[in-house]
Write a protein that binds this ligand. Structure first.
Ligand SMILES: Cc1ncc(COP(=O)(O)O)c(C=O)c1O
Length: 470
């Protein structure tokens, strides 16, 4: 039989097709980092290179810094993978996805006690931040309209909030030119004070923010007391200063764990609420929700109509395109869990929170800062941070893989430095036990360093790395 001659180039191609992934020449070359490479590489090689690099990231399950979900059921993941290619904004092409979003809005409005169930309105957003920008804008424009109607100046809007707000509120104030009026914290009050907040309100206040689950300590701000105080003030002055509740984390906790707590649309001055679907809504990042108590609370100027996708499509989001799959995953959780399912999960998280919190409180060097009446998280500090700090304790835990952020409180309580472990779905009692052991070992090591028994590699005190909290 005559053998067919093949060129060296063809031979090399055949070889590269049968080479094992780690036998690829790409593994012995620097990976392009700055310029688009001239040529590509086989898909398995590209996958493996990126996959391996990502091993340097922390382990999401051990990341107790974040409120954001790190686990979903395989069926949810399957649905999400199947709908990865859907752009949410294509409402005309994917009408069922829009219907699913609207069903979620309806369920949330009812969960949050909207007075007229049929006129509540809302939208899915990319997390609570976008929801906060939309709700903030709506409050600003309602205030502007009232002032314009009365022929009054409307160029100096302000918003009143505790200094413990998450950074998205600072962004809102700066991006949309609203003066932020912060209620300072104190050494024993880490959330808004009602009297202090009311003292900052004037005729240019577009709204007051109440946080249901402070990012710093998990505490719920006194929304009912804010409502009652504003009710009196608004009646006395004729102003119309509403409340926005930032329920980024607490919106999916309070209805299940604290059904008697009054914080939502059952209070007349609560006009809008944001909640993160990707936090205790138990969906992977990034989905949030903005809900207004009724159609009047959503300012018309936020709504745009486009016709270039076929059909008239109202949109009130900051961006245009976005993935549809986490909205679908939110609906999956609603169907799959129902009220009782969320309740069971939240109760379990609280059981683990209490177990971890109580154990931490029995450790001689530590003191609990959070309570067990708010978010499922454990916030704690060192009783005597003289010889080593929470930052060093955090770094020691990091060596074992745990991400337990250390940070200082917001202004005027910044001399209080704490650690915080957020308890999420996927964190078991067993893991809590391991964390307690590792905290004890880390403290023992820090004490040994302090006593000169172990040499410190990095000077204590200079090793202050603040982990971002979110
Ligand atoms: C109280 C509060 N508000 C807003 C946000 C921002 O939420 P998101 O990350 O969903 O944009 C956070 C995030 O942790 C938060 O804790």
């Amino acid at each position: 039989m005559l053998s067919e001659k093949i060129t060296a180039e063809e031979l090399s191609k055949i070889r590269s097709n049968i080479t094992l992934t780690y036998g690829s020449r790409h593994f012995t070359k620097p990976i392009p980092k700055f310029e688009l490479p001239e040529d590509g590489m086989p898909s398995d090689v590209a996958y493996q290179i990126i996959h391996d690099e990502l091993n340097l990231d922390g382990n999401p399950t051990l990341n107790l810094a974040s409120f954001v979900s790190t686990w979903m059921e395989p069926e949810a993941e399957k649905l999400m993978t199947q709908t990865l290619n859907k752009n949410y904004v294509d409402q005309d092409e994917y009408p069922q996805t829009t219907k699913i979003q609207n069903r979620c809005v309806n369920m949330l409005a009812r969960l949050f006690n909207a007075p007229n169930k049929d006129t509540a309105i809302g939208t899915a957003t990319v997390g609570s931040s976008e929801a906060i920008h939309l709700c903030g804008l709506s409050m600003k424009w309602h205030w502007r309209d009232r002032r314009q109607k009365d022929g009054l100046p409307h160029d100096k809007p302000n918003i009143v909030m505790g200094h413990n707000v998450q950074v998205c509120w600072e962004k809102f104030a700066r991006y949309f030119e609203v003066e932020p009026r912060y209620v300072p914290l104190t050494n024993d009050r880490f959330i808004i004070g009602v009297d202090e907040a009311l003292n900052l309100v004037d005729e240019n206040t577009i709204g007051v923010v109440g946080i249901l689950g402070s990012t710093y300590t998990g505490e719920f701000e006194p929304v009912q007391a804010l409502n009652d105080a504003l009710d009196k003030l608004n009646k006395k002055t004729g102003w119309d200063v509403p409340i926005h509740v930032d329920a980024a984390s607490g919106g999916f906790v309070a209805p299940f764990l604290y059904p008697k707590l009054k914080w939502d649309f059952c209070l007349p001055w609560v006009r809008s609420i944001n909640v993160s679907g990707h936090k205790y809504g138990l969906v992977y990042p990034g989905v949030g929700w903005a809900i207004w108590r009724d159609k009047n609370a959503l300012h018309d100027d936020l709504i745009f109509h486009v016709n270039y996708l076929g059909g008239d499509e109202p949109t009130f989001n900051l961006n245009f395109s976005k993935g549809a799959n986490n909205i679908i995953a939110q609906y999956y959780n609603f169907l799959r869990l129902g009220f009782s399912g969320y309740k069971n999960i939240m109760e379990n998280l609280m059981t683990i929170t209490k177990y971890l919190g109580n154990a931490i409180n029995t450790i001689e060097e530590l003191e609990l800062v959070s309570d067990f009446n708010s978010l499922p998280l454990v916030c704690f500090k060192l009783k005597n941070p003289k010889n080593y700090t929470v930052f060093e304790l955090s770094n020691q835990l990091r060596e074992r893989g745990w991400v337990v952020p250390a940070y200082t409180m917001a202004p005027n309580a910044e001399n209080v430095a704490v650690l915080r472990a957020v308890i999420r779905e996927g964190f078991s009692l067993d893991m809590a036990e391991m964390l307690i052991t590792d905290i004890q070992n880390a403290l023992a090591k820090l004490k040994a360093i302090e006593a000169g028994i172990i040499k410190k590699i990095m000077p204590l005190g200079k090793n202050k790395k603040v982990t971002k909290i979110c």
